[in-house]
Design a protein around this ligand. Structure first.
Ligand code: NAG
Ligand code: NAG
Ligand code: NAG
Ligand code: NAG
Length: 407
């Protein structure tokens, strides 16, 4: 994976063992301690929180120094948006038992309804879309336990992110854990007959792996799947806010007047429809559009991952890299049966250069059809944390679209 400036990030991250086995007892102890000292503690924490914010914006950038040389509009948008939003995420206690509790500190800090908290008057001003992100994040499944797959063959934890091959990866882990469901799969593993989290004991030091995807591509892929496809939109209700994109028939306003469809003038124009969706989506953040950095607490845990793959045009090679890193064997077999990457990689290695490296998602080909410079700018703002903290690079087509728009 390369950084935005084209350099390769420093070597494989060092992994610290993840103390999953202690998580539950720790959680119980902490919650009891926490409740006991709630009032006092919150006042103390919020005071220090404010000091942290006022002192730390420069500090946060120390980790992302490679952005400093970039004068490109895309990089400027990312940097500026990050500074106004995600840079305000408060540090958690090292022993915060879960991503959700960690983020709770920030959510409570900015919650305007939180009247009991004495706050400094000069609370940082954040854009409205970040306010609603904080509001929605704790309730829309962003911290759901289904992001964590695990197996003992080989011992491996996997962070699964919506719109980054979740269905396929779930299949991989179900196959690896097939005997966890024997002899009575429905009884032991439910209707799907699948244990994506192994029921066997996981070693505490089992490594973690994750695949990431270009955030703009993932945003479009989410739109195509959850909104553009009319049937899925109506069945799944993930094109939120539904009051706009899936209104009830004869939806009425407060005086009983029926609303006309708010989108009927744009829905037949791909660029307008997508841009409208991108503008409006933060009114109600759906899980599929939450930044990848929130899943599995990646924004503060990415360094603990032994493998960080990219679901981009080298996806097949990335699969090989992952299978090799974790010993091949049953993992490689099962990954091949899901992704069929082995033949592809073999062929490519034979005739290097001739075959275009593209994986099966069609979003890259569709960007010109759906993206406008405006939608790119919005997307970079919302998803700045992924570019800043996960080492993803802005795709050249997006930079170019902004340059063309500016000239
Ligand atoms: C978040 O903090 C609030 C206020 O202290 C508390 O009531 C709530 O239970 C917390 N939620 C989680 C998930 O920790
Ligand atoms: C705020 O504090 C008051 C008085 O201490 C208490 O009655 C009330 O329940 C608290 N509200 C919340 C939301 O914690
Ligand atoms: C979805 O429905 C809209 C309006 O009802 C229609 O104009 C559009 O062509 C449909 N889109 C697809 C992909 O079928
Ligand atoms: C990989 O999977 C494909 C399709 O499932 C299969 O045809 C091929 O033989 C497999 N390759 C290996 C080396 O197992």
């Amino acid at each position: 994976m390369k950084n935005v400036d084209g350099t390769t990030p420093p070597g494989p991250p060092k992994r610290r063992p993840y103390t999953k086995a202690f998580a539950l007892p720790l959680l119980i102890i902490l919650v009891s301690a926490f409740i006991g000292s709630l009032n006092f503690r919150w006042r103390m924490e919020l005071r220090s929180a404010h000091e942290y914010i006022s002192n730390s914006i420069g500090g946060t950038y120390a980790n992302a120094g490679w952005y400093d040389d970039e004068n490109d509009e895309a990089s400027t948008i990312i940097r500026k948006s990050y500074e106004q939003t995600y840079a305000h995420i408060l540090p958690c206690d090292d022993d915060a038992p879960s991503g959700k509790q960690c983020m709770n500190k920030t959510i409570q800090y900015f919650n305007p309804k939180n009247k009991n908290i004495s706050r400094d008057d000069d609370l940082p001003s954040i854009p409205w879309w970040f306010q609603t992100l904080l509001r929605d994040m704790s309730q829309n499944g962003a911290f759901g336990s289904w992001h964590h797959f695990s197996t003992t063959t080989p011992p491996l934890n996997f962070c699964s992110i919506e719109k980054v091959g979740t269905t396929e990866w779930r299949g991989v882990f179900c196959k690896l854990n097939a005997d966890d469901c024997q002899p009575d799969p429905i009884k032991q593993c439910g209707r799907k007959q699948c244990a994506w989290q192994t029921t066997k004991d996981m070693p505490d030091d089992a490594p973690w792996a994750v695949f990431l995807r270009d955030p703009l591509e993932r945003l479009l892929s989410g739109f195509l799947d959850k909104c553009y496809s009319n049937i899925t939109r109506k069945i799944e209700n993930h094109c939120e806010p539904n009051v706009i994109f899936n209104p009830a028939p004869r939806l009425k306003d407060v005086v009983g007047k029926v609303y006309p469809s708010l989108v009927d003038q744009v829905i037949d124009n791909d660029k307008q429809y997508f841009a409208a969706y991108v503008d409006v989506l933060p009114l109600k953040w759906n899980l599929h559009f939450i930044p990848q950095a929130i899943a599995c607490d990646l924004h503060r845990r990415i360094d603990e991952f032994s493998f960080v793959g990219n679901m981009g045009e080298d996806f097949m090679f990335e699969l090989e890299r992952m299978a090799d890193q974790f010993g091949g064997g049953p993992l490689a077999d099962v990954m091949n049966s899901t992704f069929n990457y082995l033949e592809f990689v073999k062929l490519q290695k034979k005739n290097t250069g001739n075959v275009v490296r593209r994986h099966s998602t069609h979003a890259p080909a569709k960007v010109q059809k759906f993206y406008t410079a405006h939608a790119v700018r919005r997307g970079l703002e919302y998803l700045s944390i992924d570019y800043m903290l996960l080492g993803l690079e802005v795709p050249e087509w997006a930079r170019q679209m902004l340059r063309d728009d500016a000239s």
